[in-house]
Design a protein around this ligand. Sequence first.
Ligand code: CIR
Length: 260
Amino acid sequence: MLNPTFEFTRAITRRPASTIAQGLRAEDTGNPNLDTMLKAHAAYVSALRSTGAEVIELEPLEAYPDAQFVEDTALCLPQGAILMRPGAPSRLGEVAEMAPTLRVCYDDVREITGPGRIEGGDILVTGKEILVGRSDRTDAAGVAELAEIAAEWGHTLREVFTPEGVLHFKTDCSLMDAETILATKRLDASGCFEGYRVLHVADGEEAAANAIRFNNLVLMAAGFPRTAEMLDKAGFEIAEIDNTDCAKLDGGMSCLSLRF
Ligand code: CIR
C-alpha cells in the first residue's frame, strides 16, 4: 500500500506563461526569465516522471501569471480533492481553471466556498494530521471550512501559524517522510512540530526548506549545498532543480505541482 503523504502515482503541473513578469512577489529582485524558467520547469517534470509517476502537464494561462504555482489551487487527499479559495485576489480565477482536471481524476471534488480564504501552500499533510498555517493568504474562516471537509474524510486538522513575513507555511517546511519534517529553525521554534523528527535547513539556506518528497526522490532547489549534504547523509535521494526564476516570484518546489 502506498503511503499517501509521499508516495504518489500522479501529479499535475502547469507550464509557465509568457506573462510571468506580472507574477506576485513580496520584494522585487528582478523579473524572471521565461526561457530559463521553462527549462527548469521541464527538469522538474522530468524528475517527477523519473520516479514512475504520470504527470499531467497543463497549458500556460496567460491571464494568470502565477498559475504555474498549481499547489495553491487545491488540496489532494486520498478521499478526494478540495478546491481552495486563494487569498490573493489575482489568483482566485486559477481555481476554476484547475477544477475540470481534478474532476477527471477524482470522483469527489469539494470546494471552499468562502467567505474564508485558503491556499494550498499553507497546508502540510503528514502521516498523522493536516497542518494548516494561517498567513496573509489563509484566514481562520478558510481553515475552519477545510477542517469540516477534512473531518468528514477522517482527517485531523491542526491550525498553526506561518511566521510573519513568510508567504506560506510550506515556504518554511516540507515533509520528508511520514514523521520527518525539513524546516527552518524560525518555524520549528514556534513549536508546531512537537512529536515529529525535525531536520533543520542550514543557517543562511532558509529557502531550501520548500522541498518535496516525491516517491524515492526529494526535489530541492539547487544552490543549498549544506542542506543537500545533510539530507544526503540522512539517507534521502536528492534531485536538485534550478529555482532561480521561480524564487523571484516567491515560488519553490512544492508550489509547482499537485501530487496524489
Ligand atoms: C504568489 O505570490 O502567490 C506566487 N507568486 C507564488 C506562490 C507560491 N506558492 C506556494 O508556495 N505554494
